[in-house]
Design a protein around this ligand. Structure first.
Ligand code: AR6
Length: 177
């Protein structure tokens, strides 16, 4: 599904983000940058040790205390069919607190980094909707609104890669709504 506009096209794909041939793949990381489960685990497994080596260098330099929630930083994509992985840290969902500005910031900051790199195609997972527990429908709405409002620089295509049909449908509704 493609959205025609002067803004970057929003494309929805059901599948595994590590299969995507794009300039930049966004990783739903944690602040340690040293790997984890979900998308993070899949990206490091498939991308190989070069990604972790870059992450360790970031921890040893600019991000000694880790990458804060809502921020984004790029590394090599190792053996993935992409040029860069952009790591961002999604907020854990809390029923008693609206943390959606932090989730929106993940998308906005990732696009800012992608634009600085000159990336034209960027693949996003549904950040925070797995281990972080964010309800899928709301996570999809925040994601779509954030990328529509963000400055995208060189980015021509924003591809949301949804792992299953439920996630795909949630994003389809968010794009339509
Ligand atoms: N391709 C596309 N989407 C995927 C894939 C994949 N290979 N694998 C899972 N998803 P999650 P989070 C979907 O848990 O909630 C890690 O331990 C999944 O179904 O990967 O942001 C990190 O280190 C869900 O819809 O990320 C952090 O500690 C979405 O991707 C923490 O998990 C996000 O699920 C981040 O949690």
């Amino acid at each position: 599904m493609t959205e025609a506009a002067s803004r970057p096209a929003i494309v929805l794909v059901q599948g595994d983000i590590t299969d995507q041939s794009v300039d930049a793949i966004v990783n739903a990381a944690n602040s340690s940058l040293l790997g984890g489960g979900g998308v993070d685990g899949a990206i490091h497994r498939r991308g190989g040790p070069e990604i972790l080596a870059d992450c360790r260098r970031l921890r040893a330099s600019h991000y000694g205390k880790g990458l804060p929630t809502g921020h984004a930083v790029a590394t090599t994509a190792g053996r993935l069919p992409a040029r860069w992985v952009i790591h961002t840290v999604g907020p854990v969902w809390r029923p008693d607190e609206d943390r959606s500005p932090l989730l929106a910031s993940c998308y906005r900051e990732s696009l800012r980094v992608a634009g600085e790199l000159g990336a034209r195609t960027v693949a996003f997972p549904a950040i925070s909707t797995g281990i972080c527990g964010w309800p899928l429908d709301d996570g999809a709405r925040v994601a779509v609104r954030a990328v529509r409002e963000a400055a995208a620089g060189s980015v021509e295509e924003i591809r949301f890669v949804l792992f299953d049909e439920v996630a795909y449908r949630a994003f389809e509704e968010a794009v339509a709504g």
